[in-house]
Design a protein around this ligand. Structure first.
Ligand SMILES: [Zn+2]
Length: 360
């Protein structure tokens, strides 16, 4: 999780950025990895944090890419792969772009910007995208469904979560995240069946509200606007990405919290996503990104399983500068509220140094 004090965000980073100090303290060796999750439609506001907060605004995205092109060297994912597998040296101040989850807005909104700026990106997608018409990732859909129906009576079957029992939560985000953790303990089929029941319940509630309030309401609980924003790419879009010079990596089968899955389920999530994507795309998948990718969601077991599955590297969602290539690689997660000076401070490594200093 990124924590930026208002003083750093509003005063320190802008001052360091505008005086060029960040450029002077940037390490001249090593590389950074930037992580996006997709793009908000033009003119949209971040209405529903935290989900919308992971999507960047179009103007901010182009500004960040142009900043990187001016101050850094954006490398192609295959250049990065050669540095990992063959120990080929990277240019000074290298940056790798990555984008997780495989949302269709990354294809419709981000790809054109990348193409016009002539940069490449490593897209991490789940095996849900190995079909013609995938829906949403289950935890995104659950978020929207819980906005409609707070799971009254439907959370009885969920596996227990010790943290939630010890620290009962009352705000929406905490309850949703607790539900995600509980449902991650199930196998994929059990979780999908349960989500089906939640969806049916919410849709019938939306239908009855529609009939009592007139036709202005949508009969599906998840609005078509949300569906467009959070729907996944399918195989056709993945193939077009690779034809456009982009690289595809694996982001598990279903995007569960892997550290809460059984051994068998976690191994399948990591290993079978590689197999299914390679089959769908007809090309090797050499990189993995852990779903959620921070704190307790990745442990020694998950790192070992990714290595045993034949990946060359795996990415998590915390950041620092790497000066040598280890298997688990860390990234800067870009959020919708990240200013350009803040972005520059993250890339330079100054953010991490100051956060450590503030934390004491
Ligand atoms: Zn993800």
């Amino acid at each position: 999780m990124l924590v930026v004090s208002p003083l750093l965000k509003r005063v320190v980073y802008p001052a360091l950025h505008h005086t060029g100090c960040l450029d002077r303290v940037t390490p001249s060796a090593g590389y950074a990895v930037v992580n996006y999750h997709g793009m908000l439609p033009a003119g949209a506001s971040t209405g529903d944090l935290p989900l919308d907060g992971s999507l960047v605004h179009p103007e901010a995205f182009r500004q960040q890419i142009q900043f990187l092109k001016t101050h850094y060297h954006i490398i192609h994912p295959e250049e990065f792969r050669a540095s990992i597998e063959e120990r080929k040296p990277l240019p000074p101040r290298s940056v790798l772009l990555t984008c997780d989850d495989g949302l269709v807005n990354a294809f419709t909104e981000m790809l054109p910007v990348m193409q016009s700026e002539n940069v490449s990106c490593l897209f991490f997608v789940t095996a849900e995208s190995c079909s013609d018409q995938p829906g949403m990732l289950w935890f995104h859909e659950l978020y929207h469904l819980m906005r409609i129906n707070p799971l009254i009576g439907m959370d009885q079957d969920l596996p227990a979560d010790e943290d939630a029992a010890a620290n009962p939560q009352s705000d929406f985000h905490s309850i949703w995240w607790s539900t995600v953790k509980k449902a991650s303990r199930w196998d994929r089929t059990t979780r999908a069946d349960w989500l089906d029941r939640v969806r049916t319940s919410c849709n019938s509630m939306a239908s009855s509200m529609k009939s009592s309030m007139g036709n202005s309401m949508e009969s599906s609980a998840v609005s078509s606007a949300s569906d467009r924003q959070w729907r996944l790419m399918g195989t056709a879009e993945l193939k077009q990405l690779t034809e456009a010079g982009m690289t595809i990596g694996a982001h598990s089968l279903s995007h569960a919290v892997l550290s809460l899955c059984s051994d068998e389920e976690a191994r399948s999530e990591i290993q079978d996503s590689k197999i299914q994507l390679e089959r769908a795309l007809g090309r090797p998948v050499w990189a993995f990104a852990y779903p959620f990718g921070y704190g307790f969601t990745v442990g020694e077991r998950e790192l070992r399983m990714a290595q045993e599955s034949g990946y060359s590297c795996a990415f998590v969602n915390v950041e620092h500068w790497d000066t040598e290539c280890n298997f688990a690689l860390q990234r800067t997660h870009v959020t919708s509220d990240m200013t350009l000076p803040e972005f520059a401070a993250h890339l330079s490594g100054v953010h991490k140094l100051l956060q450590r200093a503030v934390a004491g």
